[in-house]
Design a protein around this ligand. Structure first.
Ligand code: 9YT
Length: 130
């Protein structure tokens, strides 16, 4: 069994800070669960184009408000506590935070640790340049 506490893990290298967001990666590839699990904070006002070409991602909004735009269709979906989105087609998207948002995120395949977005909005797969 693996038990971890966000309140202590956020003081370790599991906490990654990037442009407009930070994330504590509570489960990583090395935990051998087949997915990674992150608690991500999106900063208020952030406008984040993303495209996880190499990963599937599911996100659940714990707190805060914002929106997600599906770049392929132009559809904009409001985000508030209780909303989940799943990027089941590696959907290119733009995440916008009206207030600070806390999101619980799952990645398949799991991220390995320190990934931040490449210029194309993706995370590299292990072994690829970051
Ligand atoms: C909400 C969202 O897009 N989360 C992405 C994951 C997070 N940036 C992380 O842990 O890499």
């Amino acid at each position: 069994m693996i038990v971890r506490d966000l309140n202590t893990e956020n003081k370790t290298t599991r906490r990654v800070v990037s442009n407009g967001w930070e994330s504590v990666r509570l489960l990583l590839k090395s935990d051998e669960m087949g997915f990674s699990f992150h608690i991500t904070t999106i900063y208020a006002g952030a406008d984040l184009p993303m495209h996880y070409k190499n990963h599937l991602e599911c996100v659940y909004c714990v707190s805060g408000t914002g929106s997600i735009e599906d770049v392929a269709t132009g559809d904009v979906h409001p985000i508030h506590p209780g909303v989940m989105y799943a990027l089941d087609k590696h959907d290119q998207h733009i995440l916008r935070a009206d207030t600070e948002m806390v999101m619980a995120c799952v990645f398949n395949p799991p991220v390995t640790g320190r990934e931040v977005h490449q210029d194309d909005g993706s995370y590299a797969l292990e072994g690829e340049p970051v």
